[in-house]
Design a protein around this ligand. Structure first.
Ligand SMILES: Cc1cc2nc3c(=O)[nH]c(=O)nc-3n(C[C@H](O)[C@H](O)[C@H](O)COP(=O)(O)O)c2cc1C
Length: 198
């Protein structure tokens, strides 16, 4: 079986965002592994309007061209890591919008989160877990939470890779993600094979 492909989705788009740092750090850690492959997917490259389709993309193809490209991109992957900024104790609007703008591409695939903020993005991550379940994503237990003092040091030039406890947390998260990505890919492949044989 080909190794599962994981998207690292950059979940904020504002100028000067912090999000690039956790995305690049996780990509670097991920690229050292042999069990998964990783690609950074930047929501800046998918500038979708605030959701304004007549129905959910679960029920009909989207009319918006960028949304179609986004859905095709999501479908390429076997699992997702979302960078999770916290805006007013919630996920960013742009990430929620991007989650709403895809449907089939999320189903039966694992989701992991790298949160950051005053409490490590924990409130945003918890909300994202609930949203993920509705989308039939499988949120895994361990997330990475980057607290404010670490963000300050990282903004001043220290690499996130220099924080040993973050690397340990990320390893635990990636190990769980690997288990779930392989298990769910096997199950999806078997289902597809059965459907073709029927
Ligand atoms: C509109 C807005 C609301 C915010 N609300 C919170 C918050 O509720 N909790 C928190 O920890 N940080 C909050 N912050 C600070 C963010 O954690 C910080 O700006 C972070 O860098 C945002 O991620 P980004 O730079 O990738 O966009 C907020 C920032 C913005 C712009």
């Amino acid at each position: 079986m080909a190794k599962p492909k994981i998207a690292i989705v950059i979940g904020s788009t504002r100028p000067g965002r912090f999000a690039d740092k956790p995305a690049a750090w996780i990509k670097e850690l991920g690229d050292r592994r042999s069990d998964l492959s990783f690609e950074i997917v930047d929501l800046r490259d998918y500038p979708m309007p605030l959701f304004d389709e007549e129905v959910s993309p679960a029920w009909a193809p989207s009319k918006n061209e960028v949304a179609g490209k986004w859905q095709a991109k999501v479908a390429e992957f076997d699992g997702f890591i979302f960078t999770a900024a916290e805006y007013n104790h919630a996920p960013t609007g742009v990430l929620k919008n991007a989650l709403d703008y895809a449907a089939a591409g999320w189903v039966n695939k694992p989701a992991a989160f790298v949160g950051y903020g005053g409490v490590g993005g924990a409130r945003a991550v918890e909300q994202l877990r609930l949203i993920a379940v509705e989308l039939q994503l499988a949120p895994i237990k361990t997330a990475v939470h980057i607290m404010w003092p670490v963000m300050v040091e990282a903004r001043e030039g220290k690499s996130l890779a220099e924080f040993g406890f973050l690397n340990d947390g990320a390893k635990a998260m990636l190990d769980q993600l690997s288990w779930w990505a392989n298990a769910l890919k096997t199950a999806r492949d078997a289902e597809e094979k059965e459907a073709k044989a029927a």
